[in-house]
Design a protein around this ligand. Sequence first.
Ligand SMILES: Cc1cc2nc3c(=O)[nH]c(=O)nc-3n(C[C@H](O)[C@H](O)[C@H](O)COP(=O)(O)OP(=O)(O)OC[C@H]3O[C@@H](n4cnc5c(N)ncnc54)[C@H](O)[C@@H]3O)c2cc1C
Length: 508
Amino acid sequence: MIRTIDPISRNLDTSCEVCVIGSGAGGAVVAKELAEAGLNVLVLEEGGYYPTSSFSHDPQRMLPRLYRHAGGAIIVGNAPIMYAEGRCVGGSTVINAGICYRTPEAILDHWRDEHGLVELAFEKLVPYFEQVENNLHVMPVPDAIMGEDSLKFKQAAENLRYRYVRVQRNIHACQGTNLCVLGCPTGAKQSTLISYLPAAANYGAQVLANCRANRIVVKNGRAVGVEVSVVDPASQQIRRRALIKAGAVFVCGGALHTPALLFRSGLAKWRSWIGRNLYLHPNLKCVGIFDDQVNSWQGSIQGFQIDEFAEEGIVFGSTFLPPGILALSLPYFGNDSFKLMEYYHHMSVWGALVEDTHAGRVWSLPNKTSLTTYWVDARDQQRFLRAIMLLAKIFFAAGARKVLLPIKNFSEIDREAEVAQIPKLRIRASDLSVFTVHLMGTCRMGADPRTSVIDMDHRFHGLENLFIADASVFPTPVRVNPMLTIMALATRAAQKFVENRKRYLRVT
Ligand SMILES: Cc1cc2nc3c(=O)[nH]c(=O)nc-3n(C[C@H](O)[C@H](O)[C@H](O)COP(=O)(O)OP(=O)(O)OC[C@H]3O[C@@H](n4cnc5c(N)ncnc54)[C@H](O)[C@@H]3O)c2cc1C
């Protein structure tokens, strides 16, 4: 059981040893580790608390509850990019696919060589990966829940002789309902709602849902508290405000909201890298239409990944979109859309995840809100086209009759011969439909305070007791799905904090 406090009826002017802002992949891990070490921990979560029993397959009901902006938000730039992130107790882990990868060694080598992160060598992180994998029950997707779409995907990889891996996911007794993105209705997916937060509560941590951190109060080089407002979940109106005093603060709001909070707290004058260095792992989705029924709604959301092209920054996997969401994302209207969606049970959605090389930015606006911008550069755009070309080829190798592409005015092909045209297309970035669920890197970690925001122990350069542990700390994209990296780093950050707790909490 998670211990939540009703922030509307309770006097919130309270204090704790450590205040953790955000309850997703980073925040929940920190809360559990610190509470287990005996610290008095309070977690602030802007979103609401929705237990597994409240989950349904109805997007209209679940999207506004679990997703920020009900799932539909755009990053501004030359190719407006749709993104999705969680806003609920458990954060994005509640709505993610549960795919777990250790950080590739080559990425950690790069972090060491270019950013001075000598403490994050792969072999030094192995114990933290193992702890998280045990706590999350990470396992290879079993045959019993392998859907027809995954089997077709695997067959294509074999036909093309591409290297592929069986996906590892954080699941326990998964029944293959394929509703991960709307909240797992059986509680099989070990999101932090199911795993880390109940464990944190067992050690005494408390969670304040519907409670938004507005500003970190800093005095004499120390964070001394957090100003919060309590948000009515139905109307989103602010019901009350309070000050929570804290001995130390961990910010874990995710790659867009952690920098926004630091801006609101006046900390940009300390570190100019706040908000810079935003990476997205842009995701290009194609839809394959097969003669036989695929029934993609049955089975694991993803069973295999093709990593033949990982070294050039592209990996492929299957995914699943409920019919309403898929229909919205396709460039067809009226009768055309209706006719196409009649084939829903013959469709499979597969995606390419691209390691981007050009960063975007979160900006602070004068009215204390923030703006996110991202420009796709020519090199990445070419890589996107190559990724789409390879994905179309994979679909045809799986036996697809038609492939719908995320490219304006070149949105469907039904002959494999047309695939070769894709990289030669003369298009603008805005002609591509790009999507992301992997936002990373806006408060990057580094040994040099002039070019980073936090040090190797996740401590804000220049402040004694302010820490960051979430996707914002990555110096670069990680090439693979990021959750396990975030959680392993958060475990390490919290355990380092516990080792030095007297210094950070100024206990004499
Ligand atoms: C649909 C989807 C599928 C995905 N699939 C995978 C996958 O299969 N594998 C994988 O590795 N990754 C996946 N991801 C990405 C992964 O879930 C995220 O990278 C990860 O959860 C980010 O962790 P985080 O701690 O940075 O932020 P989050 O997990 O998003 O948690 C941040 C929390 O902080 C809260 N918050 C923010 N600001 C404030 C504030 N001011 N006050 C209080 N609370 C605040 C937010 O409401 C949120 O709940 C997916 C993401 C999505 C959306």
